[in-house]
Design a protein around this ligand. Structure first.
Ligand code: GDP
Length: 437
C-alpha cells in the first residue's frame, strides 16, 4: 500500500468528530481496517482533496464515552492518535465555551510539533462566527469555523488540509522533501538564510512538522520540488560562554548532518575558514553526504574583479579535503544567490546517486593506466585490473589489483579528482576501496 500521510480528528466527545469524518469522506468511502499504531476504537478511511491522498482517522470511533467520566481516557486516546498522525484536526464545539481541559489538551498536543488545524464545529451562521474571539486565544492562525452537519465552510477547511499536507510527487508516489542541513558555526547567518529562503519561496509549513519531536524543520517548495530545512533541537541550553557555544554548534551540526540528505556549510566571508569551520567540514566529509559551501555576508566584502577568485582559493586551500564541494557567494541580507542553495542541493544530490556503467569505468581505467599509472605507498607502480561501482551516496568503487600495497595518498587524491571531473561528481565525496584478488 502506498504510504499516505495520516490526518487525525481529535477532540472531546460530542463536538462532532464523526459527522466531520463522514463529511470529509463524501462518497469515496473505503474503510481501512488496520494501520500500525491504531487502536481498536479508531476508524480510518482513504480520503482525497484535489490531487492529495491521505488517511483520515476518527478517534471518536466505537468507544462509548457516556459511561466514562471524560478526561483521562479521552486525553489518552487523543494523544495516541496525535502521535501517529502527520496533521491534526482539533475539533471544538462552537455552541459552548472552550473547556479548560480542552485547552490543556490542545497545548499538550501542540508539543508534538505537528501542524494542527483548529476546527470549531456547529457554527451554523455568520453571526455566530463573529462571536468566536475566545478560540483565537489558543494562538493558532489556523482556525476554521465550520458546520459539519449543515456543510458550512467545509471547502475552506479542505483548502486548509490541502495546504498543510505534503505535496504530491509528479510520478504519483508520495513525494519526499529533499532534506538540507544548513550547518556552520554561530553567527555566520544560518537562521538568516533559513528566513530568507522561506520568504522567497512558498512556505508549505513553517517550523512545524518535525519528523521527530525535537526538531523544528522548515518545509518549502520551489517549482515542483519540496525541500526541508533540517533543524534539530539542541544548543540554546549550552550557550553561556563562547567556548561552550562553539562546542555546541559542532554538536548541533552533527545532529543536523545525521538527519539530512544534503549539507550546506555556511561560512562568514569576514572570517574564514576558522577552526570550527574546518571541524564541521570534516564531519561533513566523514558523513559521505553531498556538500555545498556558501560564503555568507558577501554584501560586506569590498570587491574587485579578482576578489571572488582570491576568496575561493583561500577556501579550498584550507578545506582541500572537501574540494568536491561547490562554492556559492551569498548574502542573506540582500538575498543575493541564496535561492541557488536549493537548486545546487538538488543537483549534487542527483550526482551522489549516479551510477557509472562498468564499461565506462574500465575505459577510464585503461586511459589512466596509460597516462597516469597508479603509484603505491612505496612509490612503485601497481596495476589495477578493473573497477566496479558498488554503491551510491557516496558513490563507492572497488578497484581490483594483485598488489599487496595500497595507493599512495597523493595518487589516491589525484585519481579521485580525475573521476570527479570525468563523470561530473561535483558535490559528492567518492570512496575507493582496493580489493586484492
Ligand atoms: P546564526 O547563528 O548562524 O543563525 O546567525 P544569524 O542568522 O543569527 O546571524 C548572525 C548575525 O549576522 C545577525 O546579526 C544577522 O543580521 C547578520 N547577518 C546574517 N546574514 C548576513 C548577511 O548576508 N549580511 C550581513 N551584513 N549580515 C548578515
Amino acid at each position: 500500500m502506498k504510504k499516505s500521510p495520516k490526518v487525525a480528528i481529535v477532540g472531546f466527545p460530542n463536538v462532532g468528530k464523526s459527522t466531520l469524518f463522514n463529511r470529509l469522506l463524501k462518497k469515496k468511502k473505503s474503510l481501512v481496517h488496520s494501520l500500525p499504531g491504531m487502536t481498536r476504537d479508531q476508524i480510518a478511511a482513504n480520503c482525497q482533496v484535489k490531487d492529495k491522498e491521505f488517511v483520515l482517522i476518527d478517534t471518536g470511533g466505537f468507544f462509548d464515552f457516556k459511561n466514562d467520566p471524560i478526561s483521562s481516557r479521552v486525553r489518552e486516546k487523543a494523544w495516541e492518535a496525535s502521535q501517529n498522525a502527520d496533521l491534526l484536526l482539533f475539533v471544538l464545539d462552537g455552541k459552548r465555551d472552550l473547556l479548560p481541559a480542552e485547552e490543556e489538551l490542545y497545548f499538550e498536543v501542540k508539543k508534538l510539533n505537528k501542524p494542527v488545524l483548529i476546527v470549531i464545529n456547529k457554527v451554523d451562521s455568520s453571526s455566530q462566527e463573529d462571536a468566536l474571539g475566545d478560540y483565537f486565544r489558543l494562538g493558532s492562525e489556523s482556525v476554521f469555523p465550520v458546520s459539519a452537519e449543515h456543510k458550512r465552510n467545509l471547502d475552506y477547511l479542505e483548502e486548509g488540509i490541502y495546504g498543510a499536507l505534503p505535496h504530491r510527487a509528479r510520478s504519483g508516489q508520495s513525494e519526499e522533501a529533499l532534506k538540507i542541513a544548513i550547518i556552520g558555526r554561530i553567527n555566520v547567518g544560518k537562521s538568516s538564510i533559513v528566513n530568507c529562503l522561506s520568504g522567497q519561496e512558498k512556505l508549505i509549513v513553517s517550523e512545524i512538522p518535525g519528523t521527530t519531536r525535537d526538531s523544528t524543520d522548515t518545509l518549502i517548495r520551489r517549482n515542483d520540488r519540496a525541500f526541508c530545512l533540517v533543524d534539530m533541537a539542541g544548543i540554546r541550553r549550552l550557550s553561556r560562554t563562547k567556548d561552550k557555544r562553539e562546542k555546541a554548534s559542532i554538536i548541533k551540526a552533527k545532529k543536523d548532518i545525521n538527519h539530512a540528505d544534503v549539507l550546506c556549510l555556511i561560512m562568514d566571508s569576514q572570517r574564514f575558514p576558522t577552526r570550527q569551520d574546518t571541524a564541521i567540514a570534516h564531519l561533513a566529509e566523514e558523513s559521505g553526504k553531498p556538500l555545498l559551501l556558501a560564503l555568507n555576508k558577501w554584501d560586506l566584502v569590498e570587491k574587485d574583479e579578482k576578489t571572488a577568485a582570491v576568496f575561493k582559493a583561500k577556501v579550498y586551500e584550507r578545506l582541500d579535503f572537501v574540494s568536491y564541494a561547490p562554492l556559492l557567494f551569498i548574502s542573506a541580507l540582500t538575498g543575493q544567490r541564496v535561492i541557488k542553495i536549493l537548486d545546487l542541493a538538488d543537483q549534487i544530490y542527483a550526482n551522489a546517486q549516479k551510477r557509472i556503467p562498468t564499461h565506462e569505468l574500465n575505459e577510464f581505467l585503461t586511459w589512466v593506466g596509460e597516462n597516469h599509472p597508479p603509484i603505491s605507498r612505496k612509490k612503485v607502480r601497481i596495476k589495477i585490473k578493473y573497477m566496479v561501482q558498488k554503491g551510491v551516496i557516496p558513490p563507492t568503487f572497488h578497484l581490483f589489483t594483485h598488489s599487496r600495497s595500497s595507493l599512495a595518498p597523493s595518487y589516491r587524491k589525484f585519481f579521485v579528482r580525475l573521476m570527479q571531473e570525468t563523470f561530473d561528481f561535483s558535490g559528492t565525496p567518492l570512496r575507493l576501496i582496493l580489493r586484492r584478488n
